[in-house]
Design a binder for this molecule. Structure first.
Ligand SMILES: Cc1cc2nc3c(=O)[nH]c(=O)nc-3n(C[C@H](O)[C@H](O)[C@H](O)COP(=O)(O)OP(=O)(O)OC[C@H]3O[C@@H](n4cnc5c(N)ncnc54)[C@H](O)[C@@H]3O)c2cc1C
Ligand code: SF4
Ligand code: SF4
Length: 429
């Protein structure tokens, strides 16, 4: 017999958000737990999404707003699930909610508090392409549009200096240094894991020069470079913030041999990147280096063909491990084995590495707290061949989106919808 009809959703990407909205419409009360200070997941890092090149913000912002305003949905940002006990219909959950030090209601998001802060550090959310202050929002347009103070770096909170500059700049009294971390206890009937992915560290592929040569970028760095709300406000310049690249190589399947699977989305993301580049820099030479092309959807073939005929030369490389990138005279030389197995090389200004997707960081600990099994790659295992593609090894706990395995937005949303059906039927038992 169920003692709770409420649902816990972990992760606020497109999968978690879709499930929230559907469950709310079905009259359920939901707690949405997100570890970051903003909701929306990776899709809000994209300027446009394939295959239709829709504006990501236009797609996602109304959903984020709906979630933040829905009385059935309690959004807990800066939060992680620490402990889960009980069984389907009656889980007892402990959540660790970190202090934001800024009042979510009093803050108007005016941004007056960041400039006076004397502390600067790399902005991880912006792929370390720009700096942020100790009080910050990760990007403009973040929702909730309320800053957070990094307690380890804030001079006042870490006790290294007397500082009150942000509080003095805030005309609304929204800064609250006395806020503390909290443990929140909940009783829920079902749980959805929607914690998505993180990118493989491209520095592990030493032959490709990431972290060594400034012209080598990851795919997510490129997404942010292209974004109007990103570090260069969408201006496509190299790290010196001046030079415009005239030749760009996009390398597919980066780290595929390390992780041991195809990341599903990178061929289409590569086509999107070539399409972006062609529109922004119509005279630039764009090369896509591939070994296989994976186009898993009915619309993707046409998108790829269009890019191939208009925007990018596709170059087959016979052996991924033989590719080597070196820097000479501020240019990047790419040596590779061509389709005949012979040595070949081209020189470019910029390289974009389409690096593999991996389970989001912290999945091991989360899986242990929830008591669910992971697959051989570390993704949450769905019981696809037994009882369903969204059912985990533990009754009452479901999975959707990229934490089950890399997939595009459409398939993440589809899986979230399937999980909602599973959750509703499990709660109605
Ligand atoms: C470079 C690139 C470009 C892409 N472009 C496209 C595109 O154009 N079109 C397309 O269809 N797809 C695209 N994708 C794929 C798309 O990003 C994914 O399909 C989508 O983000 C999956 O959503 P998700 O909700 O499953 O995961 P995510 O977007 O990863 O969201 C997961 C959320 O969970 C949170 N989280 C993680 N761990 C925890 C935890 N322990 N506790 C609480 N919260 C946690 C994260 O902070 C995040 O907010 C692209 C992917 C890449 C890498
Ligand atoms: S904390 Fe105050 S100054 Fe900072 S964004 Fe909010 S209202 Fe503006
Ligand atoms: S109190 Fe902390 S966050 Fe505020 S301005 Fe000083 S160092 Fe920055």
């Amino acid at each position: 017999m169920n003692t709770s009809n409420n649902v816990l959703i972990i992760g606020s990407g497109v999968s978690g958000m879709e499930a929230c909205i559907m469950l709310s419409k079905a009259g359920k009360k939901i707690t949405l737990v997100e570890k970051l200070s903003l909701i929306g997941g990776k899709t809000i890092k994209n300027e446009e999404t394939y295959p239709n090149m829709d504006c990501s913000t236009c797609l996602v912002a109304p959903i984020q707003q709906e979630i933040l305003q829905d009385p059935n949905i309690d959004v807990l940002t800066l939060s992680t699930v620490e402990e889960v006990q009980g069984k389907s219909g009656n889980f007892k959950v402990k959540i660790n909610k970190k202090a934001r030090y800024v009042d979510l209601i009093a803050c108007l998001g005016c941004g007056m508090c960041y400039p006076p802060c004397p502390v600067s550090l790399k902005n991880e959310w912006e792929e370390n392409l720009i700096d942020k202050k100790a009080i910050y929002v990760p990007c403009s347009g973040a929702l909730p549009n309320v800053p957070v103070i990094d307690a380890a770096l804030c001079l006042k909170l870490n006790g290294s200096e007397e500082c009150n500059k942000c509080a003095e700049a805030c005309m609304f009294g929204a800064i609250n240094f006395s806020e503390t971390d909290q443990i929140i206890e909940l009783n829920v009937g079902a749980i959805l894991i929607a914690t998505g992915y993180d990118m493989l560290d491209a520095g592990k592929l030493q032959n490709l020069g990431y972290g060594k040569f400034s012209g080598v970028y990851t795919s997510m760095e490129f997404e942010r470079l292209f974004a109007a709300n990103g570090p260069t406000e969408g201006k496509l310049v190299l790290r010196n913030l001046e030079s415009i690249p005239q030749s760009i190589a996009i390398i597919h399947c980066v780290g595929r041999d390390l992780v041991g699977y195809c990341s599903n989305i990178c061929c289409t993301a590569s086509a999107k990147h070539a399409h972006f580049l062609h529109h922004k820099l119509p005279d630039a030479n764009i090369y896509n280096f591939y070994t296989d092309i994976c186009l898993p959807d009915k619309t993707y073939q046409k998108f790829h063909e269009d890019v191939k005929s208009h925007s990018s030369e596709y170059i087959y490389q016979k052996d991924r491990e033989k590719m080597k990138i070196q820097e000479t005279d501020n240019k990047l030389q790419i040596s590779y084995l061509n389709n005949e197995g012979k040595d070949a090389a081209i020189t470019v200004d910029m390289v974009i590495l389409e690096n593999a997707l991996q389970p989001s960081r912290g999945t091991d600990q989360l899986a242990e707290a929830l008591g669910v099994e992971l697959d051989q790659f570390g993704f949450v295992e769905a019981q696809t061949f037994h009882i369903g593609s969204v059912v985990t090894s533990k009754n009452g706990i479901f999975v959707a989106g990229c934490i089950e395995g890399p997939k595009d937005i459409q398939n993440s949303v589809l899986q979230a919808e399937a999980a909602v059906a599973g959750i509703i039927s499990s709660l109605d038992q």
